[in-house]
Design a protein around this ligand. Structure first.
Ligand code: TYD
Length: 198
């Protein structure tokens, strides 16, 4: 049964906006849903988020901190919620580490797969909000303050997007690719169809 759902995409794809709508739509159907995010989701995770989004560090340290926050998140929040019958929707999860630290920063995927083994849990369903990098950049240009990732150049996001496509190709059964270049209403129609299906 589909209960653990993750939202992924390059910065500016619009996933966070759609996530709130998606969670409410499930709640309207009587599901008990919690919404959480990565990096973050726990007290320690939010402290680690503050560090990785704002402080420069080695790629290895960045990857390990992402997974440290994730492990805490899974143990403290996600697993207990799933065990008590709740649905969990997370704004990003392990795929983001492969896309950003792996493809974006160039960290070896095999090393990331070792870190992923610590986490064990995989989402039942991942919605990947796919958008051309220029469109995502344009949307981000309205933000007043940009974090360490959002300040990266276009080529970085091209690599991140390619990393997500590689994850989709490796896990086709888990992913649904959403065309996020469309209008908000058109994207909602795609999401409504997914909700009907699950
Ligand atoms: P994001 O969802 O974009 O937060 P917000 O919408 O509040 O800006 O996530 C923050 C950043 O963290 C994003 O640029 C991607 C990055 N990130 C990684 O590099 N690796 C990871 O494993 C995760 C979970 C996030």
């Amino acid at each position: 049964m589909t209960k653990f759902i993750t939202f992924e995409g390059v910065d500016g794809a619009g996933k966070s906006t759609h996530l709130a709508w998606f969670a409410d739509a499930l709640r309207c159907r009587g599901m008990d849903v919690i919404v959480t995010r990565e990096p973050g989701g726990t007290k320690l995770g939010e402290q680690l988020r503050e560090m990785v989004l704002n402080q420069s560090m080695s790629i290895g340290a960045e990857a390990m901190l992402m997974f440290a926050a994730r492990l805490e998140h899974v143990e403290q929040v996600i697993q207990p919620a799933l065990q008590s019958g709740k649905w969990v929707i997370s704004d990003r999860f392990s795929d983001a580490s492969f896309a950003y630290q792996g493809s974006g920063r160039g960290m070896d995927w095999e090393k990331l797969k070792q870190l992923e083994q610590w986490v064990e849990l995989q989402p039942d369903l991942t919605l990947f909000f796919d958008v051309p990098v220029e469109v995502a950049r344009q949307r981000l240009s309205n933000n007043v303050s940009l974090d360490r990732f959002e300040q990266e150049q276009g080529e970085f996001f091209e690599r991140v997007r390619a990393g997500y496509h590689r994850r989709v190709a490796e896990n086709p059964q888990r992913f649904v690719v959403i065309d996020a270049a469309q209008t908000l209403d058109a994207v909602k129609l795609q999401l409504a169809a997914i909700i009907e299906a699950i």
